[in-house]
Design a protein around this ligand. Structure first.
Ligand SMILES: [Fe+2]
Ligand SMILES: [Fe+2]
Length: 376
């Protein structure tokens, strides 16, 4: 239990520190290696600086990149339901799709209903192939719209919200959901999608593979000028050394290229914790509203126990975020109607550990990081 004498309100909290740590939870949901959003932030802000974005534009770009996957939990259950598959593996593998039709067909066949019976699998494949366009639009629209809404709840500008909302639009108009093209797509989205592809391919297969992928998609997915800007900044060995540095998360906070370190006060921290709890609860229909209800009960108990208002405030934040690690658990487990296998139960038991790992990166949360472990 939280010690009333040890709440952390006297420590300064920077927005970059808070959100870079929380982005680790988004990486889990997207099936990416820890630090994906942070690495995208490093990559994308360098591209933005190379093309001459202003200081305030770099600041908006910085947060678009960290939070590009804010809506990622909102379509996880639907993916699981439609494709009868593990949403996390599905999302991880989907990021390697290059837009070609033969690859899309192979993707559907290799990801749909692998553990289902033959008839169920066949029926799911037919449905997915028949309605492929509508399904892709629905899944991407849900994720992008939800991500933008949560960014607004976190008090971000329209630049950041729209940057997230348009993440999957392509330079040639072949993206989703609006099929916007060229400079109609916000520059924040254009850079974020490129940064995402660079990190996915660099992490999986190295820098040559990442640059080859950029070249292959230049003029279709990506704005050619931005591709050239990336090649320029990535010609320095230091760029790649910093990108693979184990301390990149701390480094991007310390060297915030936005140069406008924003301090999070108590009211803002409450708003961010509440907004993020909606990301957590959106992962599964079975957890809808869970964090909110846990917060109400927590506060009622804390009041009965006579905790002071400052301690109750921290306990409410802990309650809102206690299940942040659940973002790393597949919906095949979270939404399973029957009894879990031993292996599935082992995975469920990992979610409070993930919660603690993420929250421990935030200095002011040192007192509450273990709450997930102790309450779950
Ligand atoms: Fe919980
Ligand atoms: Fe839990």
């Amino acid at each position: 239990m939280l010690d009333q004498s040890s709440t952390s309100s006297d420590k300064l909290l920077y927005l970059s520190e808070l959100l870079s740590a929380m982005s680790l939870a988004l990486d889990l949901t997207e099936g990416q290696s820890p630090g994906h959003c942070v690495r995208c932030c490093w990559i994308g802000t360098h591209i933005g600086q190379e093309v001459g974005l202003s200081e305030s534009q770099i600041s908006d770009l910085y947060y678009t990149l960290l939070l590009k996957d804010l809506g990622c939990s909102s379509n996880a259950a639907r993916i699981c339901q439609l494709y009868l598959t593990d949403d996390i593996q599905f999302k991880a593998d989907f990021k390697h799709w290059n837009g070609s039709i033969p690859q899309a067909l192979r993707f559907v066949l290799s990801h749909t209903g692998l553990k289902a019976g033959m008839a169920e699998r066949f029926s799911a494949i037919i449905k997915v192939l028949k309605d492929q366009g509508e399904i892709a639009t629905e899944l991407i629209e849900t994720r992008c719209q939800r991500g933008a809404d949560i960014a607004r709840m976190m008090r971000f500008s329209e630049n950041v919200a729209l940057g997230i909302q348009n993440l999957d639009e392509h330079w040639d108009g072949g993206g989703l959901p609006k099929k916007s093209s060229g400079t109609d797509i916000p520059i924040y989205s254009r850079i974020a999608l490129m940064s995402q592809v660079i990190d996915v391919f660099n992490t999986a297969s190295g820098r040559v593979a990442a640059i080859t992928e950029l070249d292959n998609r230049s003029g279709t997915w990506f704005h050619p000028e931005l591709v050239e800007a990336f090649k320029k900044v990535s010609s320095s060995e230091d760029f790649w050394l910093n990108l693979s540095d184990n301390n990149l998360l701390q480094n991007i906070c310390k060297n915030d290229p936005a140069q406008n370190a924003i301090i999070v006060d108590d009211d803002y921290l409450d708003d961010i914790a509440e907004a993020f709890s909606k990301v957590i609860d959106a992962k599964s229909p079975f957890t809808s509203g869970h964090s909110e209800r846990v917060t109400i009960f927590t506060d009622l108990i804390a009041e009965q126990l006579g905790y002071d208002s400052e301690t109750r405030r921290w306990l409410r934040r802990a309650a809102l975020l206690h299940d942040i690690g659940k973002l790393g658990i597949s919906n095949t487990i979270l939404d399973k109607p029957g009894k879990l296998t031993d292996e599935e139960f082992e995975q469920i038991k990992m979610h409070p550990v993930h919660s603690e790992t993420i929250l421990k990166h935030i200095s002011v949360f040192s007192d509450i990081a273990a709450c997930g472990c102790r309450t779950s």
